[in-house]
Design a protein around this ligand. Structure first.
Ligand code: RP5
Length: 165
């Protein structure tokens, strides 16, 4: 699945079964109007596709990669080892171990190969972090992020007001 303009964010995941979690990142990118692509890329089942994806992403214009995986979640770290793009790892929770295995597989990267790891199931923040990375050099995206933050503040204010009624 791809947007019409060249994708700036690549959302990849180890299995289509991860999509129910990763959809939150896709939703954020849609809301912010950020061109993105979505691909199943498995470190274990499609290792050659993973290598090709990681090596070619920057040259295709991708600026940030959001990579989600569950269990033995090697995808984000392996991709980070083959690109200089920022990689945001999303630990996908599975039925066994509740995602702690996914988190530990992604977060404990060796020095030199960074992966920005969000919380277990935290694909929404992964999408927002990708937007922030792009927003550092794109005032229009930064403006939308500022408006988003204002919306959060306003929503808390409304909920607080409702508590006073
Ligand atoms: C991981 O194995 C995937 O990221 C997924 O979270 C997990 C299970 O995959 P399926 O067996 O559901 O395809 O590589």
């Amino acid at each position: 699945m791809a947007e019409t303009s060249a994708p700036l964010v690549g959302v990849i995941m180890g299995s289509d079964s991860d999509y129910s979690v990763m959809a939150d990142a896709v939703q954020v990118l849609r809301e912010f109007g950020i061109a993105h692509e979505v691909e199943v890329v498995s470190a274990h089942r499609t290792p050659e596709k993973m290598v090709q994806y990681a090596r070619e992403a920057a040259g295709r214009g991708v600026r940030v990669i959001v990579a989600g995986a569950g269990g033995a979640a090697h995808l984000p770290g392996m991709v980070a080892s083959m690109t200089t793009l920022p990689v945001i790892g999303v630990p996908v929770p599975l039925a066994k171990l509740d995602g702690l295995d996914s988190l530990l597989s992604i977060v404990q990267m060796p020095g030199g190969i960074p992966v920005a790891t969000v919380s277990i199931g935290g694909a929404k923040n992964a999408g927002l972090l990708a937007a922030r990375i792009l927003g550092a050099a794109d005032p229009a995206v930064a403006q939308r992020l500022a408006e988003y933050a204002e919306g959060l503040t306003a929503a808390v204010g409304e909920k607080n007001a409702a508590l006073q009624a």
